[in-house]
Design a protein around this ligand. Structure first.
Ligand SMILES: NC(=O)c1ccc[n+]([C@@H]2O[C@H](COP(=O)([O-])OP(=O)(O)OC[C@H]3O[C@@H](n4cnc5c(N)ncnc54)[C@H](OP(=O)(O)O)[C@@H]3O)[C@@H](O)[C@H]2O)c1
Length: 259
């Protein structure tokens, strides 16, 4: 048996009756999505957003929460994720066969109000081209992309880290200096939790409430016993997984970790 000691203020009660696999699935992806929408991009009903990786864990959370916020949504995904994206209210753009910047301007005219980009690197600048004047690109997953472990990165290394950090710094500065008021801003769940721990609690409580009211539903792709963690990671590595894998410690009623 292992124990973890936490300060009382770090704890958020899980409302009675929630399924543990769904509750655990909220903690990383839905907080990330919720805070990017409401704390970073500060979206308003009727605005247009572009979600990259829209069939993934954070992407599907962004679509569910974006629909509740009354947004018009576009999402990049491969062909196999297109139906999941449209089921959640997004207009799918196949990133493998279409130029998303051209597609966004064809569909919206002047561009979107916000883009959520976990790809990083030069992709952030393309995302900026999809904005309307005054819009924001929220870059996340940047620590993984800077380490060379991101969605499209190659081998990790110091050079890659240096390049990733420099490019990102230039894009943030370019957003402020170039005309068009199109900003590139970073989001990191760890940094925001450190700076604003009360937001983390408030947002998780709001999400548990939405889950209890059945207004959101985390997509759980598959459940595995903990002993099959390696197999689960191998399947994740092959891509094409829609939603979360949940590892259960002692069978279905003791799910503890979501990957
Ligand atoms: N900063 C934070 O606070 C934070 C929090 C959570 C996650 N993250 C990071 O965010 C990233 C995404 O996490 P996740 O859990 O959503 O991952 P995920 O479930 O693996 O989903 C990633 C999705 O991206 C798609 N994809 C891959 N390359 C793409 C491209 N070039 N354009 C558009 N879509 C592309 C994949 O689709 P196909 O498989 O169909 O190609 C997949 O659906 C990861 O790097 C993760 O580490 C950061």
């Amino acid at each position: 048996m292992e124990f973890v000691c936490l300060r009382q203020r770090e704890l958020v009660p899980v409302p009675f009756g929630l399924e543990t696999a769904e509750a655990v699935s909220l903690v990383l992806n839905y907080i990330t999505a919720y805070q990017m929408l409401h704390r970073s991009a500060k979206v308003k009903p009727g605005q247009r957003v572009l979600v990259h990786g829209a069939s993934g864990g954070v992407g599907t959370a962004l679509l569910q929460l974006g629909r509740l916020a009354g947004l018009e949504m576009y999402g990049t995904c491969s062909a196999r994720g297109a139906s999941a994206v449209s089921d959640l209210g997004g207009i799918a753009i196949d990133y493998q066969h279409q130029d998303f910047v051209e597609e966004i301007h064809r569909l919206t005219g002047e561009g979107v109000d916000a883009v959520f980009d976990p790809i990083g690197g030069t992709h952030l600048w393309d995302s900026r081209k999809a904005l309307r004047p005054g819009g924001r690109v929220v870059g996340y997953g940047l620590i993984t992309s800077i380490r060379g472990e991101g969605l499209t990165s190659g081998r990790p290394g110091r050079r890659q880290r240096f390049r990733g950090t420099t490019i990102f710094g230039l894009y943030i500065a370019g957003g402020w200096l170039l005309p068009g008021r199109k900003r590139v801003i970073p989001y990191s769940i760890q940094t925001l939790k450190r700076l604003k721990p009360e937001w983390f609690r408030q947002d998780l409580i709001a999400l548990f409430d939405l889950l209890q009211q059945k207004k959101i539903k985390p997509l759980i792709a598959q459940r595995f016993p903990l002993a099959e963690a390696r197999h689960a990671h191998e399947l994740l590595g092959k891509g094409g997984v829609i939603g979360k894998f949940v590892l259960a410690l002692n069978g279905p009623s003791h799910e503890l970790r979501a990957a």
